[in-house]
Design a protein around this ligand. Structure first.
Ligand SMILES: [Zn+2]
Length: 253
C-alpha cells in the first residue's frame, strides 16, 4: 500500500482494553490416541469415574455462548473429562512480576465456573503449543506461559494472548480435550500493566483459559468471550452457562 507500518508496540490509550482481548484462537487439532485400550483397562480393574469437584448448576438465563468444537454431526460440545483433573504446567520464562498470581486466580475462577479441577504438575521449560504433536505419545499437560510475536506470529499487533486445546477420540467414540496451552503476550503483560490493571490483565488470562476448557468467541459484548472485548472483565451470563455445560459432560470416554 506504500504506507509504513509502525505497530511494534500496542498503543496504551483509553482504547487499550478494547484491543487487548482481540485474542486469536488457536485451532484445536484432533489426534487419535489408542485411548480405547486405556478405557478398557479402567473398566477391567473397576475404576469408577468420580468428579473431584461437584458439577456446576445449570441455570440458563439467556446469555450467549459458543463452543470452540462440537462432536461430529451434533451440537454437543467437546470438553474435558470432568472426572479427570486437568494437568497443567506453568512456563515461567518471560513472566512479569505478579504474572503467576494472575494465572493462579484465573485458574481458580475457571475451576469455579466449570467444576473442573486443575492440577499443577510443576513449572516447565516446555513451550506452549510446541511444534508438531505426538499422535501416540503420553498426554502432555496444558502449558501456560509467556511469549512474543517473534515466537508466536498470532501475537502480532494488538493480540494479547492465545488459548486452545487438543482433542482426541475416546473409548466411546466421542472427542475429548486432553491437552492444550495458553500463551500470553510479554509486550502486553508488562510489570506495569499487571500492577496498574490487574483485573484487566487477569481477564485476558481468564478468556484464554475459557478457550482451553472449550468456549469459543461470541458477538455479544457483554460476554467475556466477545472477541473484541470492550471492557468486560468477568464472565457474562452466557459465558457462565457455556462453562457450566462444559463442566457437566459425562465422565469417561
Ligand atoms: Zn479469544
Amino acid at each position: 500500500m506504500g504506507t509504513r507500518q509502525t505497530r511494534d508496540v500496542p498503543r496504551r490509550s483509553s482504547t487499550w482494553l478494547s484491543v487487548l482481548i482481540t485474542a486469536a484462537l488457536l485451532a484445536a487439532v484432533v489426534a487419535w490416541h489408542p485411548a480405547e485400550q486405556f478405557a478398557a483397562v479402567r473398566r477391567t480393574i473397576g475404576l469408577a469415574g468420580e468428579r473431584a469437584l461437584p458439577a456446576p448448576a445449570l441455570r440458563p438465563r439467556g446469555g450467549t455462548f459458543a463452543f470452540v468444537m462440537t462432536q461430529p454431526g451434533s451440537q454437543d460440545p467437546v470438553g474435558w473429562d470432568p472426572c479427570e483433573e486437568i494437568r497443567y504446567s506453568v512456563a515461567p520464562a518471560g513472566a512479569p512480576a505478579g504474572g503467576r498470581e494472575l494465572i493462579d486466580r484465573a485458574l481458580a475462577r475457571a475451576s469455579s465456573a466449570t467444576g473442573l479441577s486443575f492440577d499443577d504438575v510443576g513449572d516447565t521449560e516446555r513451550r506452549p503449543f510446541p511444534e508438531g504433536r505426538r499422535l501416540f505419545g503420553p498426554r502432555e499437560p496444558v502449558v501456560i506461559g509467556w511469549g512474543t510475536a517473534d515466537e508466536y506470529a498470532e501475537l502480532a499487533g494488538d493480540v494479547a494472548g492465545l488459548g486452545g486445546a487438543i482433542a482426541e477420540r475416546g473409548g466411546a467414540g466421542r472427542l475429548r480435550f486432553v491437552s492444550g496451552g495458553v500463551v500470553l503476550d510479554i509486550e502486553a503483560f508488562t510489570a506495569a500493566a499487571v500492577a496498574q490493571r490487574p483485573r484487566v490483565m487477569e481477564a485476558i488470562v481468564l478468556h484464554e483459559l475459557a478457550h482451553v476448557v472449550g468456549l469459543g468467541h461470541v458477538s455479544e459484548p457483554m460476554e467475556l468471550m466477545f472477541a473484541n472485548n470492550a471492557g468486560q472483565i468477568d464472565f457474562g451470563i452466557g459465558d457462565l452457562e457455556g462453562l457450566a455445560r462444559l463442566g457437566s459432560l459425562p465422565c469417561g470416554g
